[in-house]
Design a protein around this ligand. Structure first.
Ligand code: SAM
Length: 412
C-alpha cells in the first residue's frame, strides 16, 4: 500500500471511530462505555488472560468471534503494517567507538549510517546536521568513521560539553572529519541568519526523535532553505498543539482528523514492549485508577480531581483500600470511610471497572493509526511542497519502538 492510499484509508477509519479515540475513558463520566459496541465488550468479558493479552499487545484477532470486532482489529493491523527490512549491523568499528553508548543508540546510529551511505549516490550533500544531537554520538560516528563533516545542534549545553570532551578522548582514525557542536534553538525563528548558515543547500539533516513540534520545524526549515534532504523521526506527539501541529497537508485539510490532547497522548503510546506479567499488572493499575475516579465522584462527591499521578508498585499489592487510603492522603482529602466500606465499594463496581479496562483495550489499538496519520500527513505535506518524501520503518521494534522515519529529498 503506498503512503497516499494508506493515509486515505486511515483517515476514513479514524473518522468512523472518532468517539473511541477522541476522549480518554475517564473523561466521559458517567458515560464511560457509551462509544464501545456492547457485543465487543461482551466478548472481551469471556476471554482468557492470554487472549486479552494477544489482543491488547498484538492487536491479534484469532480468538475473536464477532465479525465486526474481528474486522476492527484486522483493519488496524493491516493499515499499521509497515514494511521493515532489517539491516545487518557492521561491527567493524574500534572497540571505543561505542564505549558507554546504549545498545538502542548503537542500533539506531548504524541503521541511519547505512541509509546515509545509500543516499550518497543520489543526494549531493556535503555536510550533515544532527538536530537535537545531544552528546553527539551520531555526528561523531559519521564524522570520525565515515568522513562526513557534521554539525551537532542542541539547546542543551551540558550534553554538548560532555560530547566535546569525548571527541578528544580516543584516537581518531585516518581521514576523520570535524564535528562542530552548535548550541542553538533553531526552532525559535526559522528565518534567522544562523539557521541559514547551518541549513544550507548542500546540507542533509537528521532529526532522531525530534519531540513534539520540533519535527514540524525540521520539515519547514528543510523546505524554506531548500536543503538536500532530511531524515526525521518524530516522538512525544502529546506535545503537539492539536490546532496547529497536525493536519498540515492540503490533503489532510480536505477531511481533517479532529485531534484532542487525549488523542495525541494515545498516538504517543508505546508499542510491543509489554510482557504478559506486565499486562496483568497494568490491569490492576487501571482497575484501581478507574475505581478511585468513581469513588471520588460517587462516594466523596468530588468531581474536581483528574490528575492523581502514578503510584509506586507496592501500593497495588495490598488491595484497593490500601491504594485508596494512600491516594487520599496524597491528595489531602479527609474522609471517615472505613476500609471494609472501601473494599465493598470496589467489589460492587468490579464488573463495571473491568468493562472500562476492556474499553481501554479497544481504544489502545488506535494509537498506532493516530501516529501513522500524523506522520503520513507530514509526508504528504512535503510531497505537496515539491519533495520526494516517504515513510518507512527503520529500527527493530524491541530495541527502538519509535521507529517510523520520514526520508525527504529534493526532487531532481
Ligand atoms: C528526545 S532527545 C533526542 C536526542 C538524540 N537525538 C537521540 O535520539 O538520542 C531531543 C533532543 O533535542 C534537543 N532539543 C529540544 N528542542 C530543541 C531545539 N529547539 N533546538 C535544538 N535542540 C533541541 C534536546 O535538548 C534533546 O537533546
Amino acid at each position: 500500500m503506498n503512503d497516499f492510499l494508506r493515509f486515505e484509508k486511515i483517515t476514513s477509519f479514524l473518522h468512523i471511530h472518532e468517539d473511541i479515540w477522541r476522549y480518554e475513558i475517564l473523561e466521559t463520566y458517567p458515560q464511560h462505555l457509551a462509544p464501545y459496541p456492547k457485543s465487543w465488550l461482551d466478548e472481551l468479558r469471556n476471554k482468557s488472560d492470554e487472549e486479552l493479552y494477544e489482543i491488547d499487545i498484538n492487536c491479534q484477532s484469532h480468538s475473536v468471534q464477532d465479525n465486526e470486532f474481528k474486522e476492527y482489529l484486522d483493519t488496524i493491523k493491516e493499515y499499521s503494517n509497515i514494511d521493515y527490512i532489517e539491516i545487518p549491523e557492521h561491527r567493524d568499528y574500534p572497540s571505543w567507538a561505542f564505549f558507554k553508548v546504549k545498545e538502542k543508540k548503537v542500533h539506531e546510529i548504524q541503521v541511519i549510517i547505512d541509509q546515509i551511505q545509500n543516499l550518497k549516490e543520489k543526494v549531493p550533500f556535503n555536510k550533515i546536521v544532527d538536530i537535537g544531537g545531544g552528546v553527539g554520538h551520531l555526528s561523531r560516528t559519521l564524522a570520525h568513521y565515515h568522513s562526513i563533516p557534521c554539525t551537532s545542534l542542541d539547546i542543551d549545553e551540558q550534553f554538548q560539553e560532555i560530547g566535546k570532551k569525548r571527541l578528544e578522548k580516543f584516537p581518531l582514525p585516518k581521514g576523520a572529519n570535524q564535528v562542530e557542536f552548535v548550541n542553538h534553538d533553531f526552532s525559535k525563528n526559522l528565518e534567522e541568519a544562523l539557521n541559514k548558515k547551518i541549513f544550507s543547500r548542500d546540507s542533509f539533516s537528521i532529526g532522531l526523535h525530534t519531540c513534539g513540534p520540533l519535527a514540524k520545524h525540521h520539515l519547514n526549515i528543510h523546505l524554506q532553505e531548500d536543503t538536500c534532504g532530511i531524515l526525521n523521526f518524530g516522538c512525544c506527539y502529546n506535545r503537539l498543539d492539536p490546532r496547529s501541529d497536525v493536519n498540515l497537508s492540503k490533503k489532510a485539510n480536505e477531511s481533517p482528523v479532529n485531534y484532542s490532547p487525549y488523542a495525541l497522548t494515545l498516538a504517543a503510546r508505546g508499542h510491543d514492549s509489554m510482557d504478559f506479567e506486565a499486562f496483568k499488572f497494568k490491569r490492576t493499575v487501571k482497575l484501581f485508577r478507574y475505581g478511585l475516579h468513581i469513588f471520588l465522584r460517587e462516594v466523596l462527591k468530588r468531581d474536581d480531581i483528574y490528575a492523581v499521578g502514578d503510584s509506586h508498585k507496592r501500593y497495588y499489592s495490598n488491595g484497593f483500600s490500601s491504594y485508596i487510603t494512600h491516594k487520599l492522603n496524597e491528595l489531602e482529602i479527609e474522609h471517615e470511610i472505613c476500609v471494609s466500606e472501601i473494599d465493598n465499594f470496589f467489589e460492587t463496581k468490579r464488573e463495571y471497572l473491568l468493562d472500562m479496562f476492556y474499553a481501554n483495550i479497544l481504544r489502545w489499538q488506535l494509537g498506532r493509526l493516530l501516529e501513522l496519520h500524523i506522520l503520513l500527513d507530514r509526508v504528504i505535506y512535503l510531497n505537496e511542497n515539491g519533495q520526494e518524501a516517504t515513510l518507512k520503518r527503520y529500527f527493530h521494534s524491541q530495541l527502538s519502538p519509535r521507529n517510523l522515519g520520514i526520508l525527504s529529498i529534493k526532487k531532481s
